[in-house]
Structure formats: C-alpha cells, structure tokens
Design a protein around this ligand. Structure first.
Ligand code: CP
Ligand code: NVA
Length: 308
C-alpha cells in the first residue's frame, strides 16, 4: 500500500519520480483554464475523501482541483461533522471509508490519527498536515525551487523562526534530496532532535545557528512560517512573538543570503510578523508559484499512491 505519510519514509527514487511527473503534468496543461481536464484522466472513476480537522485554504482547494483535473471525484469532509473522535475509533472509520472511497487525504492534529488511519485503511492515505509534519508542502516547495534554480541537491536551505511541522518536513527532505539545512531560531523552538538526527544520518549537513544573519550567509533559499501554528495555544502567542521577533525575514536579513537566493513561505503568512511585505512581494519571493505547485505536486503524489 503506497501511503504518503512523510518524506523520510517515502523511497527517494519515488519522490524524485513524483516531482518529475508533477513538472511534466504542469507543463502539459500550461495555459488551460483551471477547470479544464488534463489530457490523461488517471483518476477517472476514483473517489477521494478530503478530511480536514483544521482549517485550510491551499490544501483543500489544491487537492480538490487536482483530483477533478485528473478525472476523479472528491468528497470534502470536516472532522467536526464526522464521527472522528466522537467515540468511533479511527481504525473503524478507516475501515468504513475504505468501502466508499479509493484514497483518503487527512489533515489532523496528532499524528497518531494519521498513523491509525493508514494502518487500518485498505486504501492509500495522504498526510495533509499534522502537528508534527507537512510533507505535501515540501514536495511543492522543492518543485518550486528546482523550477527556478535547478537541482536542490547540494544547496543551502535556511529556516528562520519556529522549528515547527513545516520545518520538520524540510529536515526530512534534506536527507532524501541531499541538500544542507540551517535552522535559526530560539533554542526553545528548535526542531525536534530526532528529525535533525535523521537528516544528519542521511548525509545532510544540519546547522543550528542562533544568529539569523550568520545563519543566512550563503543561503540559496530562505524559508519561514507563522510564529503560531494551528495546534499552538493562543495563550502562547505573546511569548512566541517575543521569542521570534529577531528572526523576522526582512530585506536586511535577505541581504546576507546569496544575491540570487529565493524566499519561500508555505502560507498563510502574517505580514510584518515572520516576514515583511517587502520580502513577500519582492523579487526573491516565489510564494505564489509555491502555492500553485501544491496542485501539481499533489497530483503526482496521488498518482503514485494509486499506482496510476
Ligand atoms: N500551506 C498550507 O497548507 O495552507 P493551508 O493551511 O491553507 O492548506
Ligand atoms: N505551521 C503552520 C502551517 C500551516 C500550513 C500550522 O501548522 O498552522
């Protein structure tokens, strides 16, 4: 069963094939209206369940549109409207859904929900974000980097801010795609040591540097994300802002990176907090391509999951 649960648990050859296919599929439909079908309809006759236990704009719309472009159908489900977590086990939900749909994408809180869904579903399961990881995002990000700058292998990616779920999937990707990764942020918000260890044991150089200007020296790509994630308590907001203020990505920080460095943010962004509008809307930013590429990358992920 080809579940897409995390980047480090997916075969690197398969990851590369997915990105190649994503780029080819994107090129093949260039210039068409968004709702126009692809020439190939590999999801014809397939039903995809999209389950959200947290809000979403990009993941929700890009999966839905991607399935339709490939000839499939979708069912959007919110966790609150299902029996999820209301007594029925995740395992039983997985068994039932497997009788109705061909593929399940789920965005949830604790990754144990994702793991249980995958263990008991008879159909592939895709991780649409958990508190700990966001692999679909990083597939789109690497597709975007390579579109603009060529192979990411050997490049230096710098993450400035909170060592959160998106940062974790970047670390997973560092090992699989062979790039170096520097984290800069306060020690209390470091990425999980397990994930740093995974990247290092896969041969990637991982640096933890508290000084953001030094961290960004020689960067090919600078990335950040919100200072307060959906799973973080709102009561921690002020403390997090105080801890992270010095890690804002602004023009002054970008000036320390390579002159042709790119800027990425998974979005939604909080302008003038983790990143300034000058950077977001500036010449180094590729955030809109990054958002678009969620669509193309995930189409390839779904094809891989279904073997079509
Ligand atoms: N980047 C991302 O996953 O965005 P959404 O929360 O809008 O899906
Ligand atoms: N770190 C953010 C990413 C949103 C796409 C969150 O989990 O809220």
């Amino acid at each position: 069963m080809s579940h897409f649960l995390d980047i480090h648990t997916t075969d690197p050859v398969a990851l590369r094939q997915m990105l190649d296919q994503a780029a080819a599929m994107k090129a093949a439909r260039a210039g068409r209206p968004r709702g126009a079908p692809d020439d190939e309809q590999p999801l014809s006759g397939r039903m995809v369940a999209l389950i959200f236990e947290k809000p979403s704009t990009r993941t929700r719309v890009s999966f839905d549109v991607g399935v339709r472009q490939m000839g499939g159908q979708t069912m959007l489900l919110s966790g609150a409207e299902m029996q999820l977590g209301h007594g029925e086990t995740i395992a039983d939900t997985a068994r039932v859904l497997s009788r109705y749909v061909d593929l399940i994408m789920i965005r949830t809180f604790d990754e144990s929900v994702l793991a249980e869904m995958a263990e008991y579903a008879d159909v592939p399961v895709i991780n649409g974000l958990t508190d700990r990881t966001h692999p679909c995002q990083i597939m789109a990000d690497i597709l975007t980097y390579e579109e603009h700058r060529g192979p990411i292998a050997g490049r230096k990616v710098v993450w400035s801010g909170d060592g959160n779920n998106v940062c974790a999937s970047w670390l997973h990707a560092a090992g699989q795609f062979g790039f170096d990764f520097t984290f800069t942020g306060p020690a209390s918000l470091d990425p999980e040591a397990e994930f740093v260890g995974l990247a290092r044991s896969a041969g990637s150089t991982v640096v933890i540097e508290r000084d953001p200007a030094r961290a960004v020296e020689g960067a090919d790509l600078v990335v950040t994300d919100t200072w307060v994630s959906m799973h973080d308590s709102q009561s921690a907001k002020e403390r997090r802002h105080n801890l992270l203020r010095g890690y804002q990505v602004n023009e002054e920080l970008m000036a320390h990176a390579k002159p042709d460095a790119l800027f990425m943010h998974c979005l939604p962004a909080h302008r003038e907090e983790e990143v300034t509008s000058a950077v977001m809307d500036g010449p180094q930013s590729v955030i809109w391509d990054e958002a678009e590429n969620r669509l193309h990358a995930q189409k390839a992920v779904m094809r891989w999951c279904l073997g079509v």
